[in-house]
Design a protein around this ligand. Structure first.
Ligand code: B4P
Length: 192
């Protein structure tokens, strides 16, 4: 199986690149952001809980997200060539929980591809998406900057977690979508 984590701050291109990689490698895309937005739209108890955090630019509590991922892996693990995790794990606790879940299923992560983009570019991209996305967390600059702060405080340490496992690869993410995609494919092609 080819299992990859796409890592990076909000607006760095994780979702955008994951869609292209899924097509190229025929993988299953697991985006916790998309899953949470689906739950929100359906107004499930999980979605209503998640909304309180997402609309303020805060991370949803670990136990909510880990439970959701666990059931997705159970549904899919036998059927696909591999997974692209997009927006997960976002805390060290989530990374540890993912390792335990994957160990149990005898699945390993091959690479963690981390997209580097400056804060000003992130804010610009997300505000631009906010014109059409209808996402409350994309429309207000203060909320976007709160998301970046959450990333720096809680998510950036996840890079060290995978660095210690020699799985972290940093990729410049400020170029065009196509250029960034080519850089990602170059790295994935080195996986044995
Ligand atoms: P996500 O859905 O993961 O939101 P995101 O970080 O904004 O998405 P992404 O980074 O994939 O966007 P992309 O760059 O592709 O999370 C939303 C919220 O859900 C979080 O704030 C949190 O509350 C909650 N959540 C999700 N997962 C969680 C977890 N594991 N734990 C706790 N809470 C969790 O796209 C951004 C824009 O940039 C797009 O318009 C795109 O077209 C554009 N773009 C992309 N690449 C570009 C490029 N190279 N050049 C120009 N524009 C580009």
């Amino acid at each position: 199986m080819l299992n990859i984590i796409l890592f990076g701050p909000p607006g760095s291109g994780k979702g955008t690149q994951a869609e292209n990689l899924v097509e190229k490698y025929n993988l299953k895309h697991i985006s916790t952001g998309d899953l949470l937005r689906e739950e929100k739209a359906k107004e499930t108890p999980l979605g209503l809980e998640a909304k309180k955090f997402m609309d303020q630019g805060l991370l949803v509590p670990d136990e909510v997200v880990i439970g959701m991922i666990s059931s997705k892996l159970d549904e899919q693990a036998d059927k696909v060539k591999g997974f692209i995790f997009d927006g997960f794990p976002r805390t060290v606790d989530q990374a540890e929980a993912l390792d335990k879940l994957l160990d149990f299923k005898e699945i390993t992560i091959a690479q963690v591809l981390a997209l580097n983009v400056s804060e000003e570019e992130l804010v610009k991209r997300i505000l631009n998406r906010g014109k059409t996305s209808g996402r409350a967390d994309d429309m207000d600059e203060a909320t976007i900057r709160q998301r970046v702060t959450e990333y720096e405080n809680k998510t950036a340490p996840v890079a060290d977690y995978y660095g210690k496992q020699n799985k972290l690869i940093r990729i410049p993410g400020e170029g065009s979508i196509e250029l960034t995609f080519n850089l990602l494919v170059d790295k994935i092609s080195t996986i044995k």
